[in-house]
Each structure stands twice: as C-alpha cells, then as structure tokens.
Design a protein around this ligand. Structure first.
Ligand SMILES: [Zn+2]
Length: 214
C-alpha cells in the first residue's frame, strides 16, 4: 500500500517524514487489513507497518526472553577440562573474578551489557505492552518508550556471544572446552531480542495507547 504525497507543511502533526528521503507524507490507516506496510511513494522505503497480532507476539517473546535471561545467568556459559580438573564459569562468576583481579570497570561493563540492560529492556517492553493489551494506559508511557530507545544499543548480547565463541576456539588448543547451557540461552536471547525490535512498531503502540483508558 502506498501513501499519497502531500505538500510540505511545517509543524503539521498529521504528517510523517520518510526516514530515507525526508518526503512528508500523510499516514493512511487500512484497518480492513490484518497486516500491511506503508511505503514511501518517492523512494519506496518502508514508512511503517501494522500487524493485528503484534502486541500479543511482542509480549510472548518478551516473557520468553525473561525466562532465557534467568536461565542464562543461572547456568555455566562454558566449562573447561584441564588436566583432569573441571571448571565451570557463569557470567556472574566471570564478573566477580574480574572484580577480584582489580578490573572493576570491565566487570561492571560485562554485567551491564549482558544482563542488566537486556533485563531492563525486557521489563520496559512488558511494562508498555501488557497494560495496553488489557486496554489500560501504562504509567510513564512516553518516558519508558524513550528510555527503551536509549538503552537498546547498550544490550550487547551479540558481542558477548561472539567474544565467547572466539575464546572457545582459542582455548581449545589448551584445554577441553565444553559450551554450557547458558551459551545456548544467550544465543536464543539474541535471536528473540532481534525479533522483538524487528516487529515492534511505535505507531501501533501509540495507537493502542490512544484507544486505551487512562
Ligand atoms: Zn522516501
């Protein structure tokens, strides 16, 4: 579906700008369709998309993320067999060890990027979506929405997974390296968080907020 382009009018709240070519267009709702995407009439970039199931899907994925994050922090990420000795390490153990060897900045960075930020991001998504699904407006909707945009780049589960894989390959010459259950959970968490950011559509959330009771 394509929108009609309209003359540029400054400060018109009914217009949105194409993210690629800055063309101002008037959004059109197509409520008769369960799923649709609006494309820029000039450059063809996607302006917004709508899915009637997106709130339910986002909430289900967010709860799945929460379970994966708890499991990922409760089990070892990696185990090592060195000369008959077995050593397991979880993320919390690794951060604690970094703190002990006088690297508190790295310890905090590991915890913030792999655990704290994803946890706050998931809680923020549930905070926004759960009340909207029940027809209520979540408190501090706009502030939490903006905080999510700021926090997203700091959730670096992908970087963590990549670092672990590089370490596994390097350590495999020195010891028998056994990937732990937490590694699979972090991989799943990475995929689910990416899926949520792909299907979350700010317009749908704001529309649900407008239709919800205060
Ligand atoms: Zn465009």
């Amino acid at each position: 579906m394509q929108d009609e382009s309209v003359p540029a009018v400054e400060n018109n709240p009914d217009l949105i700008a194409c993210g690629e070519c800055d063309l101002l267009v008037r959004p059109v709702e197509a409520k008769e369709f369960a799923h649709y995407s609006a494309l820029c009439p000039r450059c063809g970039a996607q302006l917004y998309h709508h899915s009637s199931h997106s709130l339910e899907n986002i909430l289900a994925l967010a709860f799945a993320c929460l379970v994966l994050l708890v499991v990922a922090n409760s089990f070892p990420v990696v185990g090592l067999n060195i000369q008959g000795q077995h050593i397991d390490t979880s993320v919390l153990d690794a951060a604690l060890q970094l703190w002990r060897v006088d690297m508190p900045e790295v310890a905090v960075l590991v915890l913030v990027t792999t655990t704290l930020t994803p946890f706050l991001e998931i809680l923020g998504i549930i905070w926004l979506v759960l009340p909207l699904m029940l027809g209520r407006r979540p408190p501090a909707f706009a502030q939490v929405f903006r905080a999510l945009q700021v926090a997203r780049p700091w959730a670096m589960v992908e970087v963590f997974i990549l670092g672990i894989l590089v370490a596994l390959v390097k350590l495999s010459h020195l010891a028998e390296v056994l990937p732990g259950p937490a590694l699979l959970c972090f991989a799943g968490l990475m995929l689910l968080l990416t899926t949520i950011s792909a299907i979350i559509e700010p317009r749908d959330l704001w529309r649900a907020w407008e239709e919800a009771r205060a």
